[in-house]
Design a protein around this ligand. Structure first.
Ligand code: FES
Ligand SMILES: [Fe+2]
Length: 402
């Protein structure tokens, strides 16, 4: 397998992404177009860290399950009867049937549709009908305790369910701490756990482009004047600053985000937001697959679901500061806020799809970066390249894709 990967990607061209930005190139075309590299990235890039999977709000009640195909791996995310969220490999321990095929409430147990083995919402195997012959639901030598659903490490923050498929990423608290601390300096401690979804909170976009292009695009404000003329009018390019929080969090800060003024919205604001930063906001790509934003009266998150090398689903959720913002009297304000972001993210489609088409050109070999306006995008390329290098050099590809 590794030989095949080496045939498809030139290690030197990956290394060149780590040059100083003025002489760096981006990741090579094959990383955006090749199915084998798509699976290689799943196993060697996204699986090795904490990736976004789903919004907790999609599990509306205790006893609820949603099957999710994550880059070809069947998973199920569950809210158990004690309100705890867990993620499992969605595959029966008997003969490997997918257990949950449809999202919905679960009265008590998950039941495999093939031979009716059942699992509780903690993943424990509870019954194995006829396993010892008709009417014999137990058999000597078979221990239910060692045949539960296989757990996937998962954690929740800001209404997002994160997973670590490899099981050996850094502890989640350590992973999220730099962003949590940074944003709580705006919102106040613990306030990001109070945000609520309401009407005008959800949107989904399909893009015919590789998942990485969405992140690279989100990292920079360079394209604002041409791609987002409206956004540029209330949050102009010249009022943006590059942010590099650490090696897996980069993006943009805006000093002058004034949608509420332009759209006349009066949404409740985060109570502890500093008076001198009322028009500031931040847009952080949390690698590998999350695009996050914070402003004085809402936060948003986009989870990227890579479907194929050239196909990604973006799930957006806007959350408002707390229950007061969900009041019907703010319906119009929520609608205006959603509409503004809908316009922005739909405008980005042609940019990322155009870059995807460009990845089929033999005349393009990773391109170049503006040393002033592209550093956060270059940071992402570097991060991906380092993950590739590690996997290729150390042979850590798990070979799940074969
Ligand atoms: S495969 Fe699930 S019960 Fe047989
Ligand atoms: Fe954009």
């Amino acid at each position: 397998m590794r030989m095949a990967i080496f045939d498809k990607i030139n290690l030197d061209s990956i290394r060149s992404t780590r040059n100083p930005i003025s002489s760096a190139a981006g990741m090579p075309n094959a990383a955006y177009t090749d199915l084998e590299l798509f699976h290689f990235e799943r196993d060697s890039v996204l699986s090795k860290t904490w990736a976004g999977l789903e919004f907790t709000s999609e599990l509306p009640q205790p006893g609820y399950a949603i099957p999710i195909d994550f880059m070809g791996i069947p998973l199920v995310v569950v809210r158990d009867h004690n309100d705890e969220i867990r993620v499992f490999h969605n595959v029966c321990s008997h003969r490997g049937m997918v257990v949950v095929n449809q999202a919905g409430p679960i009265k008590k147990l998950l039941r495999c549709p093939y031979h009716s083995w059942t699992y509780d919402l903690k993943g424990s195997l509870k019954s194995t009908p006829h396993i010892g012959g008709v009417g014999q639901n137990k058999v000597t030598g078979f221990d239910c305790g060692s045949h539960g659903l296989k757990n996937v490490s998962s954690e929740c923050w800001m209404g997002i369910v994160f997973i670590n498929l490899s099981g050996n990423a850094m502890p989640f608290a350590e992973f999220i701490e730099p962003l949590k601390t940074r944003w709580e300096a705006f919102t106040g401690q613990g306030q990001l756990d109070q945000v609520v979804v309401s009407t005008h909170s959800k949107m989904q976009i399909e893009i015919k482009a590789n998942w990485k292009l969405a992140i690279e695009n989100y990292c920079e404000a360079y394209h604002l004047p041409w791609v987002h003329p409206d956004l540029n009018s209330y949050s102009p390019l010249e009022e943006h600053v590059n942010l590099h929080i650490n090696e897996y969090m980069t993006g943009q800060g805006t000093l002058n985000y004034t949608l509420s003024k332009v759209a006349g919205t009066t949404l409740p604001k985060f109570e502890f937001w500093p008076e001198d930063k009322m028009t500031e906001g931040e847009y952080i790509s949390l690698y590998p697959n999350l695009m996050l934003g914070v402003q004085v009266d809402h936060v948003f998150a986009i989870i990227l679901h890579p479907q194929a090398p050239d196909h990604t689903v973006e799930k957006l959720q806007i959350s408002y500061v707390n229950e007061t913002a969900a009041d019907p009297k703010f319906e119009g304000c929520r609608a205006a806020t959603m509409q503004a972001w809908k316009t922005v993210f739909e405008e980005d489609i042609s940019a990322v799809e155009g870059m995807q088409r460009g990845r089929h050109s033999p005349g393009f070999a990773g391109g170049a970066f503006s040393p002033v306006l592209d550093p956060p995008s270059h940071d992402f390329h570097k991060w991906v390249a380092i993950a590739y290098e590690k996997a290729l050099i150390n042979g850590t590809h798990d070979e799940q894709s074969e």
